[in-house]
Design a protein around this ligand. Structure first.
Ligand code: EPZ
Length: 429
């Protein structure tokens, strides 16, 4: 398994370009299951998660061929609608094939995804929404088995105990596109990735209004025709690079950023003393002083995103005072705390809240990646820590960031990827 070896202390300088959004790409790839004809998605990032879903779609009868940033998708065979546990367990987002398979083929067997490092990942809202459209759904040996002759439009409340559901909204919205009549989703998730999905579905002939708001209406149509689509930029990757510029007191220009998708993040960073300003199709980030502490609570979009909670915590470890971080979306999403403590941070976790007492320096140490975004937080901490930090199990990072170590190194970071045998050899020399 690969590790990152980081020597802290470099201030990041220069420019970087943000890739297309992973979390827009995944449901859009699944939506291609409903298309008659070819689909071409542009600016698709080269990530393990994209590869995993491509492999699953291949088993479901779809050819997926990648050339540079373009992904060409075409359904060749609709006879297999079983998304096997062995594939689904590798990536929870695979659940987003459920709605398209049910709507297009009238049946689906999709393994329950199970939990992951950030918490138990229930899908009860997905099931509730699809049942409201008339699907018959039962559980059989860990699989969701869904059938429906023809789905019928309905008024559906999709809110759960933690607010809206992103992929639950995606599943119900996609299924409703081919249902008979009108569907209204109340308490829909408003994330930009869903707006991008709705735009793609409408390009294919769907009739969706209200995407990006809590109330989405879908008029069912008979078919959807394959179309090209360019993905929105990845706001979480952008937020991660913005925070890399901030934590190193650097000055970087980040291209291909939709700052309007990052209002809560830019607002919070400006509050603590980071300069984040629009520059053409991107932003300029600079930070020349010690940051102020702050309090932050993650919320569904447009609130502060849970996917940037760990990265912000890394910054707040060095703030001039006490900060409070609460994750209302995933109350257990604090795997990064124990690793930051190994680097000398002062953090006290109490339920879904962490209290961070700012210190002057983090100290490099061997740490362990656990989930995609916690791992990114450890890289940020390593960029600024005194001495050497090794981050193990970087396959977690490769799921959501394309060659992050090369792109950070191009900004002046002292970071390189080694595999375990190289690391052992280097250590023995
Ligand atoms: C999406 O996951 C993202 N993944 C996650 O990003 C992100 O953290 C999450 O939304 C929240 O913004 C993709 O888009 C591929 P949810 P999703 O359903 O849709 C509860 C990353 O780093 N819930 O919006 O699976 C759930 O437990 C990933 O790229 C139910 O209770 O998340 C959570 O507390 C990690 N019942 C809350 O809702 C359900 O049926 C939000 O989950 C579904 C969800």
């Amino acid at each position: 398994m690969d590790k990152f070896v980081i020597n802290g202390g470099s201030r990041l300088k220069g420019g970087v370009r943000i890739n297309g959004s992973k979390n827009a790409a995944l449901p859009i790839m699944a939506a291609a299951l409903m298309a008659e004809g070819a689909v071409a998605i542009q600016d698709v990032p080269d990530l393990a998660d994209i590869k995993h879903l491509s492999d699953l779609l291949g088993e479901l009868g779809m050819d997926a061929t990648r050339s540079d940033g373009r992904l060409d998708l075409k359904v060749r065979d609709e006879s297999n609608s079983h998304a096997r546990y062995d594939l689904v367990r590798k990536m929870r987002a695979s659940i987003c094939v459920l709605g398209p398979l049910l709507a297009r083929r009238g049946k689906a067997r999709v393994a329950m995804p199970g939990g992951c490092a950030i918490g138990s990942r229930p899908v009860d809202l997905h099931i509730r929404g699809l049942k409201a459209l008339g699907a018959h759904i039962e559980l059989d040996s860990g699989d969701i088995v869904a059938t429906a002759k023809r789905l019928k439009g309905a008024e559906i409340f999709l809110g759960g105990p933690f607010g809206s559901t992103v992929l639950g909204t995606a599943n119900v919205m996609m299924a409703a596109c081919l249902a008979e009549g009108k569907t209204v989703i109340e308490s829909a998730a408003c994330e930009p990735e869903l707006t991008d999905l709705a735009e793609f579905l409408n390009e294919m002939g769907a009739k969706i209004t209200g995407a990006g708001t809590p109330r989405v209406a879908i008029e069912g149509v008979k078919k959807l025709a394959g179309r090209p689509h360019r993905l929105i930029p990845d706001r979480i990757e952008a937020g991660t690079f913005i925070m890399a510029g901030a934590i190193t007191n650097g000055e970087i220009t980040i291209a291909n950023v939709r700052l309007d998708h990052l209002m809560a993040v830019a607002d919070k960073l400006r509050e603590v003393g980071v300069m984040v300003e629009p520059a053409g199709q991107g932003v300029v980030v600079s930070c020349a002083r010690r940051l102020e502490p702050t309090d932050v609570t993650t919320q569904p979009y447009p609130g502060f995103p849970t996917d940037l909670q760990a990265q912000l915590m890394a910054i707040l470890c060095l703030a001039d005072g006490n900060s409070i971080v609460t994750d209302k979306i995933f109350p257990d999403r604090f795997m990064h705390v124990a690793e930051l403590l190994r680097m000398g941070a002062t953090i006290h976790k109490e339920g879904a809240t962490a209290i961070i007492t700012g210190i002057r320096r983090l100290i490099g140490a061997p740490v362990m990646a656990s989930d995609l975004r916690a791992s990114a937080a450890l890289v940020l901490a390593g960029l600024v820590a005194k001495g050497t930090t090794t981050v193990a199990r970087v396959y977690h990072i490769d799921r959501g960031y394309d060659r992050i170590e090369q792109r950070l190194a191009a900004l002046g970071a002292d970071i390189k990827r080694v595999n375990d045998s190289d690391a052992a050899k280097a250590a023995s020399e």
